[in-house]
Design a protein around this ligand. Structure first.
Ligand code: BT5
Length: 252
């Protein structure tokens, strides 16, 4: 069920016992022109995806939730809703007293616990015209299990000692989303949420390497710009803006 604030705010919900991908369900509505805000949720997603065609594993009991939103902002601004999503997940964990200080955000859109991946976020959508877009914000949270065999550490809420179910987590998360999204909207995007995001983020002010296809940028992770791009200062003093990629912290 939706949280009370989400229900009051007029969000709708479609819950599935099991489904291939909640993002794909929401994208069907984007194609038919149906409006949001509407959540598509399951605790059993069988063929979830991540960025660039990667698979997202979601064994039964883990949360997969996608929000269909129609916004009156261009796609580049709507893309910063991914940061609202990451903040909402960390807000929900705080509200449930799970993980405490071990929870960090990793650019662009991961939520980590003790440096291991707990949640992944995928934004998809399309521009409807110059100043409107339909966006799907997909959020996966490892609740009862984390996959083996991923190329970096993964963890789940059960590993953190939490007994919350995917359904209970979603009720809290859907309320946290409403609050963070209101802050984003009132402040017109990234400017309203940047400082909180940076406080909770890993690696700010330290060395970073970002790979994006064949391209690699190395330098110091300075901040995020208004479009949520990573601002990197290279050793040569150049300020480089990175809009997509995989981040590694440290000098290695
Ligand atoms: C992401 O991609 O992290 C975005 C994941 C978004 C999943 C949600 S679930 C609801 C909605 N419906 C969907 O179909 N998708 C969204 P990326 O940064 O590309 O990371 C993907 C990589 O994470 C994979 O290549 C694996 O290495 C790893 N991975 C896969 N499943 C994982 C899991 N459950 N926990 C941690 N890491 C995982």
């Amino acid at each position: 069920a939706l949280g009370p604030a989400a229900a009051r705010a007029g969000y709708r919900l479609e819950a599935f016992d099991a489904v291939g991908s909640t993002n794909d369900e929401a994208l069907k509505c984007v194609r038919t022109g149906e409006g949001g805000p509407m959540w598509f949720v399951t605790a059993s997603q069988t063929s979830g995806h991540g960025r660039r065609g990667r698979a997202w594993q979601g064994p039964p009991g883990n949360l997969a939730a996608s929000l269909l939103l129609t916004t009156s902002v261009p796609v580049n601004v709507a893309a910063t809703l991914g940061f609202v999503a990451g903040l909402s997940v960390s807000d929900a964990l705080m509200r449930l007293a799970i993980g405490d200080a071990s929870i960090t955000l990793k650019w662009p859109n991961d939520v980590l616990a003790g440096g291991a991946k707990l949640s992944g976020i995928l934004l998809e959508g399309e521009s409807r015209n110059d100043d409107a877009s339909a966006v799907v914000v997909g959020i996966g949270v490892n609740v009862v299990s984390a996959p083996d065999g991923v190329p970096y550490p993964a963890t789940c809420l059960a590993d953190l000692g939490a007994t919350v179910t995917a359904e209970d987590l979603f009720a809290v998360l859907s309320d946290c989303w409403v609050e963070r999204c209101a802050q984003w909207d009132d402040g017109r995007g990234m400017d309203a949420i940047r400082s909180t995001w940076l406080e909770r983020a890993s690696g700010v002010g330290g060395p970073v390497a970002v790979t994006s296809g064949p391209r690699e940028v190395r330098g110091t992770f300075e901040t995020l710009d208004a479009d949520g791009r990573l601002v990197v200062r290279t050793a040569a003093g150049e300020r480089v803006l990175v809009s997509a990629g995989d981040v590694h912290f440290g000098d290695a």
